[in-house]
Design a protein around this ligand. Structure first.
Ligand code: HGY
Ligand code: MN
Ligand code: MN
Length: 402
C-alpha cells in the first residue's frame, strides 16, 4: 500500500480559494447555484487546478466536471454548487479533498485517482441532477426540461458551457467512488468525534401541494365563511406529527421548505397556496407509509374545508441506498488508524451523489463534524483540524483501495 502524503496547508488554501467564488463576504457562506456565473467561474478554476495536478479536465454535457487520471482509476469527489445561501464546505470539501489526494497520489507514486465535481447536486433544477444524468437515472433530454424557480431551464443553463462540453465519461473507467462530506447534522459534534463512516443514505420523496380556496375580503368575510388556502396549509403542517406518530422514528424527517400564497396581500384571504412537502427516511416501506398518511390527510382536509387540494410528485424518487460493505470496512480501518476511538458508523440524513453512483460501482462516504450541526446556511463550519483529519482518513482509504 503506497502511503499518500497529503499537504494539509495546500488543501486548506484551495478550500478557502474555492469559497471566494460566490462568497458572501460577511461570513464564510457562499452563493454558488448550479450554472450561475459564480459556479461556472469556480468550475473553470477547478479545471485549472486539475490540469496543474496532472489530471485531464473534462466537462460532460450535464456540466459535471471530471479531472481524469489515465486509464482505470479510483474516483473521488462531490459537488461544488450550493444552496441559495450555502455553506462553504457542503460539497466543496469533497471536491477539494479529492483534488489534494489525486495530486498527492501522483506526487507519491501512488494509485491513479480521478476527481469529479457533479453539477446541481443541490437541486436548483432537479435532484442530484448532474449525477442522475451521468449515472443514467435521468435522460439528458428529461433533465433539459427541468426549470429552476426563476424560470431558467436546465437546457438553457447548460448551454452556457459552450465549447467546454465534451462527451460523457464512461463509468467503466472507475473502480469505485469515495465521497468525503460534512455531516450536516449534530451527531459527531455532540459526541466530540471526528469521523463518521456512512452506512447508508436516506431516501427522499417530495410533492408540490396546491390548495385552491376562495380569494376574499379580509375584513368583510366572516371566519366561518372562509375557504382560506393558507389556513388549510397550516392545518396540514400541524396535523402531520399526529398522522405520522405510529409510523416514524426519531431519524424520519419531513419539511415544508417553500410556500407561495396568492395573491399575497395583507387584506386578502388567500385563495391559493402552493408548497413543497419533502420527507426522508432510511427505509423504503416507511417512506411509503408516510406517503399514504399524507394523502389521507389531504383527502380529509379537502372534505372538511371545501378546498380543492392536489399533490404533484416533484422529483423522481430517490431510494434509500446502502454503502458498499467492503468500502465501509476500508474506511473503518482508515478511521481507526487516523482517529482511533473518535469515529463511528452512521447513516446519512442528507442526500448525496453517491446514491446515484451506487448503481454503477462500489461507493463509500466519510463524514467530518459540522459545528452545531448547522448546514445549508452561511453559518455552516467545521474545525480545520477536523477537515485535515477527514483528509487523512480519505487518503488512507484511497491508498488501501489502490
Ligand atoms: O438536500 C440534501 O440532502 C442535499 O444536501 N442537497
Ligand atoms: Mn452536499
Ligand atoms: Mn447540500
Amino acid at each position: 500500500m503506497t502511503h499518500i502524503s497529503v499537504d494539509p496547508a495546500r488543501f486548506l488554501a484551495d478550500l478557502h480559494a474555492l469559497r471566494r467564488f460566490g462568497g458572501d463576504g460577511a461570513s464564510k457562506g457562499v452563493r454558488r447555484r448550479a450554472f450561475s456565473p459564480e459556479d461556472l467561474a469556480a468550475r473553470d478554476w477547478l479545471g485549472e487546478q486539475m490540469a496543474a495536478a496532472g489530471l485531464e479536465p473534462h466537462f460532460d454535457p450535464a456540466g459535471n466536471l471530471f479531472g481524469l487520471a489515465p486509464g482505470r482509476s479510483l474516483l473521488l469527489g462531490s459537488h461544488s454548487d450550493t444552496q441559495p445561501e450555502g455553506g462553504w464546505l457542503d460539497g466543496a470539501l469533497g471536491v477539494v479533498a479529492a483534488l489534494e489526494i489525486a495530486r498527492a497520489a501522483r506526487e507519491s507514486g501512488g494509485p491513479p485517482i480521478s476527481v469529479v465535481s457533479f453539477q446541481d447536486e443541490e437541486g436548483r433544477f432537479g435532484a442530484l441532477t448532474g449525477s442522475s444524468v451521468w449515472s443514467g437515472k435521468l435522460p439528458l433530454e428529461a433533465a433539459d426540461g427541468l426549470v429552476a424557480s426563476d424560470g431558467l431551464s436546465f437546457a438553457a443553463a447548460r448551454a452556457q458551457l459552450g465549447a467546454r462540453v465534451r462527451d460523457f465519461v464512461d463509468p467503466a473507467r472507475f473502480s469505485a467512488f469515495l465521497e468525503m462530506h460534512i455531516e450536516q447534522g449534530p451527531v459527531l459534534d455532540l459526541a466530540g468525534e471526528a469521523i463518521g463512516v456512512v452506512t447508508g443514505i436516506v431516501g427522499l420523496r417530495q410533492v408540490q401541494v396546491t390548495i385552491k380556496g376562495q380569494q376574499n375580503h379580509a375584513g368583510t368575510t366572516p371566519m366561518a365563511h372562509r375557504r382560506d388556502a393558507f389556513s388549510v396549509a397550516a392545518s396540514i403542517a400541524t396535523a402531520l406529527p399526529d398522522r405520522f406518530a405510529n409510523i416514524v422514528t426519531p431519524q424520519s424527517v419531513w419539511t415544508i421548505g417553500q410556500i407561495a400564497l396568492h395573491p399575497g396581500a395583507a387584506s386578502v384571504v388567500p385563495g391559493r397556496a402552493s408548497f413543497s412537502l419533502q420527507w426522508r427516511d432510511i427505509e423504503s416501506d416507511r417512506l411509503d407509509r408516510m406517503e399514504a398518511a399524507i394523502m389521507a390527510l389531504l383527502d380529509d382536509l379537502a372534505a372538511s374545508s371545501g378546498c380543492e387540494i392536489t399533490a404533484t410528485r416533484l422529483r423522481h424518487d430517490l431510494s434509500p441506498m446502502p454503502m458498499d460493505a467492503g468500502l465501509q470496512a476500508i474506511l473503518s480501518q482508515a478511521a481507526d488508524t487516523v482517529a482511533p476511538g473518535r469515529w463511528r458508523k452512521m447513516p446519512s440524513g442528507a442526500l448525496h451523489d453517491a446514491s446515484n453512483l451506487a448503481a454503477l460501482m462500489p461507493v463509500g462516504m466519510v463524514f467530518v463534524p459540522s459545528i452545531g450541526g448547522i448546514s445549508h446556511a452561511f453559518e455552516e463550519d467545521t474545525q480545520e483540524a477536523d477537515l485535515v483529519t477527514g483528509l487523512a482518513v480519505l487518503a488512507d482509504a484511497a491508498a488501501r483501495i489502490g
